[in-house]
Unconditional design. Sequence first.
Length: 246
Amino acid sequence: MSKLDFVLEEIVTANRILANEGIVDSFGHVSARHSEKPDHYLLSRARAPERIERDDIVEYKLDGTAIDERGRAPYLERFIHGAIYEARPDVHAVVHNHSPSVIPFGVTGTKLKPLLHMCASCGHEVPIWDSRDQFGDTTLLVSNMDMGRDLARHLGRNPTTLMRGHGATVVGRSVRHAVFIAVYLEVGAKLQMQAMTMTTATGNIKFLSAGEVDRIVARVNDYTLNRAWENWARRAGREMQMQPAA
């Protein structure tokens, strides 16, 4: 299997996993930087994640222009992906989702922070991007490169950002890494809300320290990602692919 074939299969599997784990429903998307053309990325045509097949995947330039759409309608919010790849050479996969437990943190100002070791990959705390700050009243959809670049600037060097009234965007060094962060971002948000019902304020929750987050993140290696990926892939009816040799 070539590196490109591997990435294409990973995108299909990622979509199925994210749907099966409740991170996306009929909406949301995952992309990967092209394995041979770093200034291009790969993203499905506009289709529900659970239904995506390999032939649905389209190659795009960073500005969102398709190389060969073949009549396949694109996701409007493809600009999220291109703008992040443009700004972050270290990023090789992007997930955009509307997982339900993250939404309240984007509209209340309550900071989403990791309290479980498996959730450390979401970062020390998760920033909130508000489209209204720069673009006024919109549909809240990232519909052009100006909005995508503003989101990318707000994301900065973080692994994820919430989007007020909309969802979240997650980045990773690989498709498996981005999916791992997206799954545990939802888990972390749900656990924090549960913990908040047991306390009078978020200040009473013992979150992970910055040092703990850094140490845990440093241990998230291929073994960790592959262990989770194999489990999630099989639950979603997909087999884990072996990565081609470098």
